[in-house]
Design a protein around this ligand. Structure first.
Ligand code: ADP
Ligand code: MG
Length: 480
């Protein structure tokens, strides 16, 4: 009998505010240690936190984007624990009354779509960092990150298996960047996930979960969940039981290791922070923020499928990011070509070239205008689709730039398609004369011989003869 893998994800997203959630210090990444820690971040006596309105706006933006309830009143709480990178001795978070509750996110899964329930999203401050390198027998503390605003987004245990968990994480990653609340930089820790994993027999109640902390790449997430589920299944099949605990994933060994069990779990002694008033958000404010939201991925995906007649799969690929979706619409406009042709080029040649060079759409050497101009030259018969790929590669290498790049390269390389019937007839005659055997074979019913003859003519034309005309003229001359 099979096992079902159950996953719930908690994601910490760093909000793209310029200053911290309760102080005016900068949140820029990579500064010298402790140059961006104000008196508030250092927890000096007598200081008071002042809530950053932008962080609240970003939280509401996410809430609206996932169709959640925005709490009219939410409360900041103190989560008490001791750690060197936490000067106050508590983290300001939200506990019983988070700002966002009960949203959903749709993800693509095998054979369709799945709706993942998001239980809550709450605002909190990040802690500082302990530095262990460069210090012999000591640790350094960098409080630049202390007080950076985080939105922690928590799902219900709705995900089934590592692939679905990754699909959700990717969808959320795309969404937070789409709505401009997080830069999504996983290497710098702007988007980090904890995965709660349990296993059960289908239909059985939920099993005991283990929580894997701080997964900062999609690949590690997939490997960690797969490893952890296998570990739990083997444990149970050997007659053991899973104990609830926090585990760490070690990518070098591809395994998870116990960090602390539930028994050692801290009692955080949560209580409402007396330094902060409850956060009150009224309807007018919510509507103001709603009006500023861009068209969301789901809506754009549906519109692309409907208005451009694209397959759901193409629409999903093109709307993977806002930049990609904008590129597509610019391309359709610039090329005046069939949307399907544009989609094929963007998800084909163009995406492959980006991928090869590790580039984002926004940094492509070929813009939508330039690619559109190239597609126009296919449509008007100046070049074939095959030659267009050669021109595209030259454009990518910046042999020519700007909207006129395609024409310049076609001209410079003499790639213009031969559509002159007389010229093609002459080449066909020469090929037929030189290939009597294949002509005979064709007349004896061997269809393959025809393709070979087409190939010979195209070769003689250096690939530039109009393929439709070559076919028609050959057929005519062969009496077919
Ligand atoms: P905690 O505060 O200890 O992290 P929560 O109740 O907030 O606990 O749950 C955290 C996450 O664990 C949520 O994403 C939830 O969906 C997930 N979760 C809860 N139970 C299970 C389970 N049995 N298997 C997998 N995930 C679970
Ligand atoms: Mg947790």
């Amino acid at each position: 009998m099979d096992w079902e893998i159950v996953v719930g994800l908690e994601t910490h997203t760093q909000l793209l505010t310029e200053s911290k959630i309760f102080s005016g210090a900068s949140t820029a990444f990579g500064a010298e240690p402790n140059t961006q820690a104000s008196a508030v971040d250092l927890a000096l006596p007598g200081v008071l936190p002042v809530l950053n309105a932008k962080a609240v706006e970003f939280a509401v933006r996410l809430g609206l984007a996932i169709g959640a309830t925005i709490s009219p009143r939410s409360v900041f709480a103190r989560k008490n624990y001791f750690y060197p990178d936490l000067p106050k001795g508590y983290q300001i978070s939200q506990y019983e009354l988070p700002v966002v509750q009960h949203g959903t996110l749709k993800i693509a899964v095998e054979g369709g779509e799945k709706t993942v329930r998001i239980l809550r999203a709450h605002l909190e401050e990040d802690a500082g960092k302990s530095l262990h390198e460069d210090f012999k027998g000591l640790s350094g503390i960098d409080l630049n990150r202390a007080g950076t605003p985080l939105l922690e987004i928590v799902t219900e245990p709705d995900l089934r298996g590592a692939k679905e968990a990754v699909a959700y994480a990717k969808a959320l990653h795309s969404l937070v960047r789409w709505i401009g609340i997080c830069d999504g930089n996983m290497q710098e820790g702007s988007f980090r996930c904890d995965a709660n994993v349990s296993v059960r027999r289908p239909g059985a109640p939920l099993g005991t979960r283990c929580e894997i902390k701080n997964l900062n790449s999609f690949r590690f997430m997939e490997q960690a969940i797969e490893y952890e589920a296998r570990r739990q299944v083997e444990l149970i099949e050997d007659g053991g039981t899973v104990v609830q605990e926090t585990r760490l994933y070690d990518p070098d060994r591809n395994e998870t290791r116990s960090m602390r069990s539930k028994e050692d779990a801290q009692d955080y002694r949560y209580f409402p922070d007396p330094d902060l008033l409850p956060l009150v958000i009224n309807e007018a404010e919510i509507e103001r923020i709603r009006a500023l939201l861009p068209e969301l991925p789901q809506a754009k995906r549906e519109r692309f499928a409907r208005d451009y007649g694209l397959a759901a799969y193409d629409a999903a690929q093109l709307t993977a990011s806002r930049e990609s979706a904008d590129f597509f619409e610019d391309l359709v406009r610039a090329s005046r070509a069939e949307p399907k042709t544009c989609a094929n080029w963007q998800t084909g040649e163009f995406a492959a070239a980006l991928n090869r060079d590790g580039l984002e759409v926004g940094h492509s050497p070929v813009g939508a205008e330039a690619l559109g101009a190239l597609l126009r030259r296919i449509a008007d018969g100046t070049i074939s689709g095959k030659i267009a790929k050669e021109v595209f590669e030259a454009m990518w290498r910046r042999e020519a730039e700007g909207p006129g790049a395609a024409d310049a390269i076609i001209e410079a390389r003499g790639l213009e398609q031969i559509s002159d019937t007389g010229a093609i007839e002459k080449m066909v005659d020469e090929v037929l004369a030189a290939n009597a055997r294949q002509v005979e074979d064709y007349r004896a019913g061997k269809e393959k011989a025809f393709n070979s003859l087409v190939g010979q003519v195209m070769k003689a034309a250096k690939g530039k003869a109009n393929p439709g005309q070559v076919n028609a003229i050959l057929k005519k001359k062969l009496g077919g």
